[in-house]
Design a protein around this ligand. Structure first.
Ligand SMILES: Cc1cc2nc3c(=O)[nH]c(=O)nc-3n(C[C@H](O)[C@H](O)[C@H](O)COP(=O)(O)O)c2cc1C
Length: 201
């Protein structure tokens, strides 16, 4: 058995630039699913803005987020899967915490383009945070709250000229295992993000 590598070190992201971007109506006009990615990496500054827009803290006084969540459970975590490893986004410190070494992108979607995107976001619902939820709530709210985060990603990408697509064609239990997640932290969706592929290539 191969010895497992230690997780990659944490990455401090630059503070997100939270001004600018397109008017929301213009971004809605451009919102689209794209399945063709350039290998060009996202800069830390772009990743910082992407993660903040997706599910960062927009009200530091309460710790509340850019995406709503049922009962403010904030049960959806974002994992950033790149060639150099997988990371969990820590919105409080606006940093990436190394989780697993190695390239897990091929495990983040069954379609071939997924492994070509420089970043694949994985949405993980931590069911343990949903205090008081009944069985119906535990099955309904995580995908619902994931959808709000995913929609933020779509709109941010439209505004920035980035390509993205939400994916359910994922072996979610296998990805959960590769990320080393316990049984009550479940993958709900993945979403590659990157620059659009050059049509000439
Ligand atoms: C929850 C969800 C899951 C999706 N899963 C996949 C997928 O696994 N593979 C894929 O290629 N597209 C997937 N899509 C993208 C849809 O196919 C796409 O949104 C639809 O064709 C409409 O195109 P548009 O987003 O450009 O309007 C998914 C979209 C959503 C909202």
């Amino acid at each position: 058995m191969k010895p497992s590598l230690p997780p990659p070190p944490a990455i401090s992201l630059p503070p997100p630039e939270t001004t600018g971007g397109m008017p929301v109506m213009s971004a809605l006009k451009l919102r689209i699913s794209s399945r063709s990615f350039s290998p060009r990496p996202l800069t830390d500054a772009m990743l910082s803005r992407l993660l903040w827009a997706a599910n960062g803290i927009n009200r530091p006084e309460t710790g509340q987020r850019t995406a709503p969540s049922a009962c403010n459970w904030q049960e959806v975590d974002l994992y950033v899967i790149r060639e150099d490893g997988a990371y969990r986004y820590d919105p409080q410190k606006h940093r990436l915490i190394g989780v697993v070494a190695g390239d897990l992108r091929p495990a983040a979607g069954v379609q071939a383009f997924v492994a070509k995107a420089p970043v694949v976001l994985a949405f993980v619902a931590d069911l343990a945070r949903m205090r008081g939820a009944d069985a119906d709530g535990r099955s309904f709210y995580p995908p619902c709250d994931t959808g709000y985060v995913s929609a933020n990603v779509y709109l941010f990408c439209a505004s920035e000229g980035l390509a993205t697509v939400a994916l359910v064609s994922v072996d979610k239990p296998a990805l959960q295992k590769r990320l080393g997640l316990p049984v009550d932290q479940v993958v709900t969706l993945t979403q590659p993000v990157g620059y659009p592929a050059d049509p000439k290539n």
